[in-house]
Write a protein that binds this ligand. Structure first.
Ligand SMILES: *Cc1c(COP(=O)(O)O)cnc(C)c1O
Length: 227
């Protein structure tokens, strides 16, 4: 069987999430997204068998291929940069974490409307202003959120952020609390129901939960290093 110790790893992660919530959480519910990118469909099946029903992928073709062969009923999250010419695939995703421009919003609106569907999305914010990362600057969140409020087939359910890759807690907390502030901006800009904070990866999810994460996206800590 692939990933024989996945059950133990999931349990350990869940214990750490619980402990982080005891230390500093905000009473939120935390959902674990198993990031299965670069792994085969067996990783998705193994996650589902361990009770993890949310999986994250970052390449459109890769995830479409997996959807063809995975029978388990999982919710597919798109966590990578989404190109506008790939938005046809959007209706396959329970949640798109990476909405970062008005043009992409317009393309997703069109794709969702064509399928008579309301697409859930997160606004990705680049709190630390890292050039290699996607996401809008905190100062641009309000305008983007207001634009999306005029798009009837999109529903903004929260904010996503990737913190800088570091062990430095001050830097991490700055990024995560900046995402929390961006969520407040999104809510005030016409999305009063938005509540999700998608933040926290293998190296920083405990701090993220302390700062209010509701969705943590974990790959390495569950499936081992990617090659
Ligand atoms: C790959 C990826 C993750 C998972 O990263 P790990 O460090 O392996 O946990 C989370 N979020 C995004 C956006 C990713 O691209």
């Amino acid at each position: 069987m692939a990933f024989p110790d996945l059950g133990l790893r999931v349990r350990d992660v869940q214990d750490r999430i619980d402990a982080a919530q005891m230390r500093g959480g905000r009473g939120q519910t935390v959902r674990l997204i198993a990031v299965t990118k670069t792994h085969g469909p067996d990783a998705v099946n193994a996650a589902a068998a361990c009770g993890v029903a949310d999986v994250g992928e970052n390449k459109v073709q890769e995830v479409l291929d997996k959807m063809q062969v995975v029978a388990a009923a999982v919710r597919w999250h798109f966590i990578g940069h989404l190109q506008r010419n790939k938005t046809k695939a959007a209706p396959h995703f329970a949640l798109i974490h990476s909405l970062d421009s008005m043009r992409l919003a317009d393309a997703l609106q069109a794709a969702a409307a064509q399928h008579d569907r309301v697409q859930d999305v997160l606004v990705q914010v680049n709190v630390a202003g890292e050039e290699q990362k996607s996401g809008v600057a905190p100062a641009e969140v309000e305008a983007l959120a207001a634009h999306i409020a005029g798009l009837p087939s999109l529903r903004v359910t929260g904010v996503m952020c990737m913190a800088p890759y570091t062990d430095d807690e001050v830097t991490l907390r700055h990024a995560f609390s900046g995402a929390r502030a961006a969520l407040g901006t999104v809510r005030a800009a016409g999305h009063g129901e938005a509540h999700e904070l998608s933040m926290g990866m293998s190296n920083d999810y405990e701090v993220a939960v302390e700062e209010g994460a509701t969705l943590v996206r974990l790959g390495t800590v569950l499936f081992g290093a990617r090659n």
